[in-house]
Write a protein of this length. Structure first.
Length: 324
């Protein structure tokens, strides 16, 4: 009587793989059966099973929505390797002009400063939380995926904050003072800010800029745009969708954080894409460790990155009367 195939489940390094072993002639033949093994499911299973420590990486992804995600609109260096506190060199190529030679054989004048090497110290952004043992059994594949997604969003907001704090701390950044204006923000200020940067000798193309404002400024900007018949005619989707993502070619980002130029008055920022460099690391690191005495699972997410201002004259700080 022939023996029926026996189905086994092997646990190898948290990978669940189904195999069939068919016995023929006294020898075992392994026939792998494809299984769609999900990374989040493996992690959730390991945590529920009582693993003392787990560590995994998740790719950092941009968030395509009208909330501040400044790193998608500034200069991005090659991916970095290193640890928080390490000093890295970032090579940045700056815009420069070419010459037209009217006379054949004429000499070219050497262009200087077309690139620069900028040093920056790597920083770490992160969060940690505690999960009681009673809830560990409820950890699911979906929960792990949600924690990763929300953790990445939190890290992006932290990086935005660091970029804006670095900019406002630079006293060489040009300013546009609108603290006595009747509104918190006006569409005309975008053109004025572009002109302010252009007056510093910078080549300006509106599509090369991103404007970072908060929700209070966005409200007044929307009211200004919606009340302008020519703009509404040119941009009917603004009224139809109730959303401004680009105006005059400039990308509009709404941030839940802006630094203050006085005790409590906020500044908006117009930033050229080459004004700030962001040095990314590919993955965000997640770690868990059990505290057996406290009966909790510690979950920590961290991300290492570097930022530096390349050209402070390619930024305009717009001081407003908006207050906290």
């Amino acid at each position: 009587m022939s023996e029926q195939p026996v189905e086994l489940h092997l646990n190898l390094s948290d990978l669940l793989e189904t195999v069939k072993i068919a016995k023929t002639g006294g020898k075992g033949e392994v026939l792998p059966t494809p299984v769609n093994v999900n990374r989040h499911a493996r992690i959730a299973e390991a945590l529920r099973r009582g693993s003392l420590k787990e560590q995994w990486e998740a790719p950092m992804l941009g968030v395509d929505k009208p909330t501040a995600n400044i790193i998608d609109y500034i200069y991005r260096s090659d991916e970095i390797r290193g640890h928080p506190g390490d000093v890295v060199n970032l090579t940045v190529v700056k815009p420069f002009n070419a010459q037209v030679l009217d006379t054949p054989g004429s000499s070219l004048t050497a262009v200087t400063g077309i690139y620069s090497v900028i040093q920056t110290t790597l920083r770490e952004a992160g969060f940690t939380t505690e999960i009681p043992y009673a809830d560990v059994e409820k950890i699911s594949e979906r929960l792990i995926a949600e924690i990763e997604a929300q953790g990445q969003t939190a890290i992006l907001r932290a990086i935005d904050k660091k970029i804006l704090d670095t900019i406002i701390a630079d006293t060489g950044v040009p300013e546009l003072n609108k603290t006595t204006a009747a509104v918190y923000f006006d569409a005309d200020w975008i053109a004025e800010a572009i002109h302010t940067i252009g007056s510093q000798g910078k080549t300006v193309k509106p599509q090369d800029f991103v404007l970072v404002i908060n929700s209070l400024m966005y409200k007044d900007l929307f009211v200004d745009v919606a009340g302008s018949q020519p703009i509404v005619f040119a941009l009917p989707e603004t009224i139809r969708e109730g959303l401004i993502t680009t105006l005059f070619g400039v990308k509009i980002l709404v941030s839940d954080y802006l630094p203050t130029h006085t005790t409590n008055s906020y500044s908006a920022f117009l930033i050229h894409k080459n004004a700030v460099v962001f040095a990314p690391k590919r993955e965000m690191l997640f770690e868990t460790e059990r505290d057996t005495a406290a009966r909790i699972l510690n979950l920590t997410g961290t991300y290492t990155f570097g930022i530096a201002i390349v050209d402070n004259k390619a930024i305009c700080e717009i001081k407003t009367k908006a207050v906290s």
